[in-house]
Design a protein around this ligand. Structure first.
Ligand code: SF4
Length: 330
């Protein structure tokens, strides 16, 4: 997961603790719908991380630029990535992590009160709390808010279909383009993720892809080229792809940060392969963070780090040449 909370001891826990009126209202959020479990042994599913983030941090670059996203995560993940930034919660069980219960309705209400038009299910893998995410999305929609998820993409068809009925946007971390690397570095399955991307391409849910480039593991020219061709041919050439910078963490502290030149090369490959929107991420101030018109090349949205500092889009189009720019803009 590229999107990381500020830290359980930082702004995440205090945000919960400042809201006593929203706590302690837990109900059975998950268990009643699990086969073989009844309400009597239900336990509430509780956010272990909760924060207000810029939506650019997720990262979504084609969804309401500059918006705040009330972001929440729980514990657990169906992958075990050796570079996980959020391993403290993703590699833990719910009972091992401090958490506070928050109903889906309370999440939506909190987002509305904080002026956040978006609720983001993120930090750990939303697939492991898919039913809670679904309830949050339904409650948020009633408040006039949008819900997005930040996912590794390993989700079965049925829950994905349920989520897509209520989500505004889906971000998929495409870890690499190698079955072997998926298996060895993430305990994951490339095919499952590609199937999810193919399914998302058939929905109206806005989709963006993030590729964390890790030196020596997934950054070869051949692999990036194959990945870009897959996106172009099977997801769509207008799908934004973010090539983001790795920093040593968790079980990969022996590797160096990704050279900026590697990110720039990946972006150039993606553009040359016909993708309309390829970005450089985790390099604050880099020109590759901004959105350019694929038609006339004018800069449309200027970003610095996680901040949108200029947005020239006019009704979802380039103001200079009129080319439509896909996304969720209003
Ligand atoms: S998929 Fe899970 S283990 Fe991998 S980076 Fe994301 S949260 Fe961490």
């Amino acid at each position: 997961m590229v999107d990381a909370p500020a830290g359980l001891a930082g702004r995440v826990r205090p945000l919960l603790s400042r809201l006593p009126d929203l706590r302690g209202s837990a109900r059975a959020l998950r268990s009643p719908r699990e086969p073989g479990r009844g309400a009597e042994d239900a336990r509430p599913l509780a956010p272990a991380a909760l924060a207000l983030d810029p939506i650019e941090k997720k990262p979504f670059f084609h969804v309401l630029p500059g918006a705040s996203a009330l972001s929440l995560g729980t514990a657990g993940c169906n992958f075990h990535c050796r570079w996980c930034q959020n391993w403290e919660i993703s590699q833990s069980r719910p009972e091992e992590v401090p958490a506070s219960t928050l109903t889906p309705e309370a999440v939506a209400s909190l987002a509305a009160r904080k002026g956040a038009p978006v609720v983001a299910c993120t930090y750990n893998e939303p697939t492991v709390f898919a039913e809670y995410a679904l309830d949050v999305a339904v409650a948020s929609r009633k408040e006039g808010l949008r819900t997005v998820v930040v996912s590794n993409g390993a989700i079965r068809e049925e829950p994905l279909r349920d989520l897509c009925a209520v989500l505004a946007a889906y971000k998929v971390d495409l870890k690499c383009f190698s079955e072997r690397t998926y298996r060895e570095q993430c305990s994951g399955d490339l095919k499952a993720v590609l199937d999810t991307l193919r399914r998302l391409a058939k929905t109206k849910v806005w989709t963006e892809i993030v590729v964390l480039l890790v030196p020596g593991l997934n950054d070869s020219e051949a692999e990036v080229t194959a990945l870009a061709r897959f996106v172009r041919n099977e997801v769509g050439p207008e799908t934004p792809v973010h090539f983001t910078r790795f920093h040593p963490t968790y079980r990969l502290t022996n590797l160096p940060p990704t050279p900026v030149a590697t990110l720039e090369r990946a972006r150039a490959i993606a553009l040359a392969e016909g993708l309309a929107f390829a970005y450089v991420g985790n390099v604050p101030g880099h020109p590759g963070e901004s959105t350019y018109c694929p038609g006339c090349k004018a800069r449309l949205i200027r970003r610095v780090g996680m901040a949108t500092v200029e947005n020239r889009l006019a009704k979802g189009a380039c103001p200079d040449c009129g080319r439509a720019i896909p996304g969720v803009w209003s």
